[in-house]
Design a protein around this ligand. Structure first.
Ligand code: SAM
Length: 247
């Protein structure tokens, strides 16, 4: 089906994804730069601008990994606070892989950041407790995506924002061709060369292919109870930002 992963038992998938990230945590930042030719930084800037972290807000960065998005949110909220006052923001980085969290702590945080280990499918937070929910290059790996989206809806306050940055479908034939060549040949080769792990990166490429396209994923977000869901394509749809409101 277009939702992907129906062919893989959920538990098996969790094990597989955990294995992938255990093996890549140490090489994680280098690999991101190599695989995306540095473009992931530009995408993350665009996604952070879309989320628009403000002073006093509680922001939840799910599948936050080593904290790339959370650092942006912290600085953004602080810059606004310096201009017009307000309380400190609180930015919660949550990831189910403690190794990623440890790598992030090692890399260094911001005063607003809190690191935590937990699962996107059962968030350790009360209902209506966060102003903004962010998931960047994480939802694709979640075993049951509708469950994670329901959890996002549950923890958001009324008027809260949902923002997801994820690989998507290139929108033109030219971009699709270039992207296929890069992802099927270069990415596994770089994985082998740098991380000595071709299979994990092959799996990442396949998981991108299986992930629903822009419109299908938009519908899934709406089905979880979000309103005014919008899609912003990045680099010709190689990645996309989905944004919605909890009303
Ligand atoms: N958000 C970071 C970024 O954009 O750089 C990290 C993205 S990394 C590709 C994906 C992360 O998702 C990994 O750190 C992995 O441990 C985490 N992850 C996957 N499934 C998860 C789940 N069900 N709950 C929490 N974290 C999950």
């Amino acid at each position: 089906s277009s939702f992907g992963f129906r062919d893989v038992d959920a538990r098996e998938k969790v094990q597989m994804v955990r294995g992938v990230f255990n093996s890549v945590a140490s090489n994680y930042d280098l690999m991101n730069d190599l695989m995306s030719v540095g473009v992931h930084r530009v995408w993350k800037d665009a996604a952070a601008a879309k989320l628009n972290a403000r002073p006093g807000e509680v922001i939840l960065d799910v599948a936050g990994g080593t904290g790339d998005m959370s650092r942006r949110y912290s600085k953004m909220a602080r810059a606004a606070q310096e201009r017009r006052g307000g309380e400190d923001a609180k930015v919660i980085v949550l990831d189910y892989n403690a190794e990623m969290i440890l790598a992030g702590v090692h890399k260094g945080g911001e005063p607003e950041m809190v690191w935590s280990v937990g699962d996107a499918m059962s968030l350790p937070l009360p209902d209506a407790s966060v102003d903004a929910y962010s998931i960047s290059f994480g939802i694709r790996n979640v075993a049951d995506i509708p469950v994670a989206l329901k959890e996002a809806r549950r923890v958001l306050k009324p008027g809260g924002r949902f923002m997801c940055l994820e690989f998507s479908r290139p929108t033109t034939a030219v971009m699709r061709k270039a992207y296929d060549a890069w992802s099927f040949n270069a990415i596994p080769a770089i994985g082998q060369l740098v991380a000595k792990d071709r299979d994990s990166y092959q799996y990442l490429v396949e998981s991108i292919r299986r992930f629903p396209d822009q419109q299908t994923f938009k519908t899934m977000i709406e089905d979880a109870g979000f309103s005014r869901v919008s899609v912003t394509n990045l680099t010709g749809g190689v990645a996309a930002i989905h944004h919605g409101w909890a009303i």
